[in-house]
Design a protein around this ligand. Structure first.
Ligand SMILES: [Zn+2]
Length: 68
């Protein structure tokens, strides 16, 4: 099967390679940890759409839909 790697691999061969590559880029970014604007630690995870939480200082804040 052609190119089923990355987060969009769950879609298999469906939807076309261009859109799956886009999904790979967006999803690997939203799943990675981000920098906290309060304590400057790389401990921020996406909770849900536009909501991010720091695992260190426990602060919750809003941001973009896929990354803060
Ligand atoms: Zn923090």
């Amino acid at each position: 099967m052609a190119n089923t790697k990355g987060p969009a691999g769950r879609f298999g061969a469906r939807y076309g390679i261009k859109i799956r590559r886009k999904i790979n880029r967006v999803e690997s970014r939203q799943k990675s940890k981000h920098k906290c604007p309060y304590c400057d630690e790389i401990k921020v995870k996406r909770v849900s759409l536009g909501i991010y939480q720091c695992r260190k200082c426990d602060s919750k804040f809003t941001g973009g839909a896929y990354s803060p």
